[in-house]
Design a protein around this ligand. Structure first.
Ligand SMILES: Nc1nc2c(ncn2[C@@H]2O[C@H](COP(=O)(O)OP(=O)(O)OP(=O)(O)O)[C@@H](O)[C@H]2O)c(=O)[nH]1
Length: 310
């Protein structure tokens, strides 16, 4: 009788252990995020379904292998130090923060951005680590798309004023630090209102697109051409002095005067551009150089258009 009670208690306990274990496995395997545990030697002990999907390895082939297999080479050497520091610290769990984006490596060697939270657990007195890994490729792609939209002009595909503002700050910083001169061109299509009024807005748009394409062909790859707004463009020419910048401006002006788009009635629509040029000077800041280029543009317009400022 006594033995009977004992056995049923044991059975109940066994059932509870089984239930807890099933519950644990179900939660781990139903998780959307990759859950990986590793021992203090960084050998993988558990690799859930999501991890299999994310990394392309089956649990069978990866369990027992080093976690560094799933990392970019440059993270591998510092990883054991990181884990040691974490093991010795009082912190139980934390996000793995890095100044650079953490990239993980799939079985097929492709790399993808991840977000990792790591925590410590103690199993039979031995420390193990659990990493929760989220593939953030979609989020990063979305952020990049937004960044592109924020910095780009839809009509011409050029960068926009927002992007220009960040770039001129960078180039100005280089100038202050190393003395590398640079120039700004302010470009404005002449009598563009007449183009719109005569041929319609769609043809006006075609002119803007053609202008952007051709002007960019004249510029070097290191130069930046952006649509500043309306029919106004601005170019940033690194490592360039005034006379060279005027030559570039004249080449753009000349090239543009030879272009045309076709109107809806297939008539040739020609256009010209006026350009103000300014070179950075010691008392300039990022706003005053743009202002001086704009004043140059004003003079070029005043003196008859289809000109470069003197
Ligand atoms: N088609 C088209 N027109 C635009 C766009 N943005 C601005 N414009 C037009 O550009 C014209 C600019 O006219 P104005 O500022 O009077 O200058 P302008 O006719 O070029 O004369 P000047 O600059 O003095 O040579 C206006 O008719 C605007 O409507 C655009 O995205 N597409």
């Amino acid at each position: 009788m006594i033995i009977g009670i004992h056995m049923s208690d044991k059975q109940e306990l066994q059932n509870e252990i089984n239930n807890a274990s099933t519950r644990f496995s179900s939660v781990i395997d139903a998780a959307f995020d990759g859950i990986i545990t590793m021992d203090d030697k960084q050998r993988i002990q558990l690799f859930n379904h999501a991890s299999e999907n994310i990394f392309g390895y089956s649990a069978n082939e990866i369990i027992g292998k080093s976690i560094t297999k799933l990392m970019q080479k440059k993270f591998r050497s510092s990883h054991s130090n990181y884990i040691k520091q974490f093991a010795d610290s009082d912190i139980q769990s934390r996000d793995m923060l890095s100044r650079v984006m953490i990239m993980a490596v799939k079985k097929d060697k492709s790399e993808f951005p991840v977000e990792i939270t790591i925590s410590k657990i103690s199993i039979n007195g031995k420390i193990e680590f659990t990493a929760i890994i989220r593939d953030i490729s979609n989020r990063i792609a979305f952020i990049e798309k937004l960044q592109h939209q924020v910095n780009t002009d839809n009509l011409t595909g050029l960068y926009n004023r927002n992007y220009f503002d960040t770039q001129i700050k960078d180039i100005y910083h280089q100038y202050k630090r190393f003395g590398h001169s640079f120039c700004v061109l302010m470009l404005d299509l002449d009598k563009f209102k007449v183009v719109n009024d005569t041929y319609g807005h769609l043809i006006g748009d075609k002119v803007l697109q053609e202008f952007a394409k051709k002007a960019q062909e004249v510029l070097r790859e290191v130069d930046l051409l952006v649509r500043f707004g309306g029919e106004e463009f601005i170019a940033l020419l690194p490592n360039t002095q005034l006379e060279a910048a005027k030559d570039v401006a004249n080449r753009i002006r000349n090239c543009i005067s030879q272009q045309m788009v076709l109107s809806q009635n297939h008539e040739p629509v020609t256009f010209t551009v006026s350009i103000g040029v300014a070179e950075i000077a010691t008392d300039d800041d990022t706003e005053s150089i743009v202002k001086r280029a704009d004043e140059g543009l004003y003079r070029a317009k005043k003196s008859g258009r289809n000109r470069v400022s003197d």
